[in-house]
Unconditional design. Sequence first.
Length: 767
Amino acid sequence: MSGTRFIRDQRFFEEDNASYVAEVPVEDAPALETSEGKFLGKSVERYDGYHKVSGTALYTIDRQLKHALAARALRSPHPHAKIKKIDSSKAEALEGVMAVLHHGNAPDIPWHRDSKLFDTHLRYAGDEVALVVASTADVATEALNLVHVEYEVLPHETRTMEAMDDRAPELHDEGRLQGGEPATYARGEVEPALESADAVVSRSFTTATCVHNPTEPHNSVVFWDDDRLTVYDSTQGVFAMRNTLAEKLQIPASSIRVICPAMGGGFGCKLELSKHTVMAALAARQLGRPVSVVLDRREMNLAVGNRPNSIQHLRAAGTRDGQLTALVTDSYGMVGAYPSNAWMNWPLVVMYQCPNVSVTHRNVYSNLGPGRAFRAPGFPQGTFALDQVIDELAEALGIDTLELCQRNMATASQASGTPYTSKKLAECYERGAEAIGWSTRRNREPGSGAGPRKRGIGMASQVWGGGGGPPAGVTVMIQRDGSVQVVSGTQDIGTGTFTILQQTVAEALEIPLESISVRVGDTDGAPYGPLSGGSQTAPSMTPAAWSAGLELKQALLQGVAAGAEVPLESLSYADGEVRGTEQNWSLAEAMQVMREQTLVRTGLRAANAEGKIICSFGAQFVEVEVDTETGRIDVLRVVAAHDIGRVLNRRLLENQFEGGIMQGIGMALMEERVVDDVEGKVLSANLLDYRMPVMANTPEIEVIIPENIDTVANNLGVKGVGEPPIIPTAGAIANAVYNATGVRMTELPMTPDRVLMALLGAEEVSR
Ligand code: MOS
């Protein structure tokens, strides 16, 4: 197997991290085998639900601190420029302005590759030039216009293919491609397989750049207490942010506290530390006052990441007996002005059993805001292309698509040969097909429906990692009154971390939810929690919480035996009580007889099973209606059948599916960053021009989850559910549109104009 660079992110997608962390229990806590416990598996209410819906939840910017200042970033108006001179005296003279930080007066802090926090080389329109700090955000905004910058404007390129050309500017020391050359992957031999196949299909696809646009913008509130820094931030990783801040500011991680109180979404853009937070920390230190910085919607659309576009040329080959024999892709994705990752080929590498695969991918630098991980990075784009050529190949071979998928189900990772801990994709295919009425589709010619509004059914498959793993810890404390506190350095990004930790501890200690309080989203005094990304939070944190709970149970039994002077064998534990032959002890009574004040155990996430890979799998089936006169696509119904391990909380799980599928529909039908390539500027940097789905676009969604308590994966049998829902949606919709109209949509988003062009047989417009 070649292409080590290509698969460098494999850990996220194929969890086989058996022994890469030193301090990790190899013996896991006893597994919970039953699928429905007293609390786990139940649709209990969200821990933070009341505060979220009533408006009393405190978000980052609600942390109003005395004497706080507000900061705003001055951003480059040019797609490519050098700063020749900067004069901030006029801005500083404005009443209320406290400081203007820029390359001339701020410390030199390295940023991506060969760039700096305050760089004189500006690589996209939106790149940070300076930070203005003032008494209020309005004053800071006014002062932005008073900073005089003399720019040397340089040639720019914002188009993907053109940005690789010799005439395009070089943005970094490694050239026009990130990594300096294409990334490749290969197995088997594709050429002979293509030659001997009974059918070969070949098609090109493009997908638009999408922007995360979470409801809550990026914002930070920072202050220093002596040499200790506290940062309130809307972040997907309090520990990750702390570590990067320590590096950037050259102070010990132990002097930094990061707190993420409540969050209005992230979807990947809040996985990384952004420049504005470091700049605010520098300003707060310099001025000795708290500083808050809130990005506006324009900045959200320019400077904090996106799902990179894609250009994909695919070939697929198969034989008449339904064997997939070759998959080839040649692809391009724009990483923007700084390193990111625009690859989208992993589904093609591992989704289906296929002996001959070849991938060549280029991550292209350009003068636009850099990409960032966005809910299943690369997978929705890759699946959109892959599952359309699978659909097309099936037709060419005279085989039903579903059958082709079923026949080529991979039993082990196609990249490494490693078997999966569990895989219930077959059941997903069967039950999903049944629910959508797939059999009604079988005997229908694509586009054969009567009238201008045509209905069709399509499907696409899903693979993702999301097995989680160590290091991850959860501390559980029983207080003297019997109340229980859970503390962990993970965070709740809106997915329900508070709730699933509460449920898990309730299950382990057999106590009511109300007696358990949960604190996450704070680095101070908390055991490490990983980034809330890669769908790894639930499968990393809940097994650790389960372990902590079981350890506490043991400690209670031993403590009561010693304190009450009764034999350990005479004691048992049930329903939140230590039970003896003569007497029972509630938690409070147990604490009393033990003469304890706080009983503490920290559960650590055990190692993953050696020689196995944890992945989630699924398939989505959708029904659409296409108005062939207007080009409008309506998604009528989505059936999502996914193997995501144990269902911890059905209601939270359905939330994830609804959100992911909605985002998938947005990507499929409307979301697109629009760029003026001549000016090198984003035209859609607001929520009017960057269209996102609303409730009116929501179809009927049916979620089917096969029962799978995968205790080989971890003690609770949990796999992550954050990313799987978005992966197959756009591909399934495109296949449904083909089934309805007989026309392939190869460009995302499938806006009415593109649908009409395709129906008219017009040439596709390359991006
Ligand atoms: Mo996600 S892109 O792992 O937040």
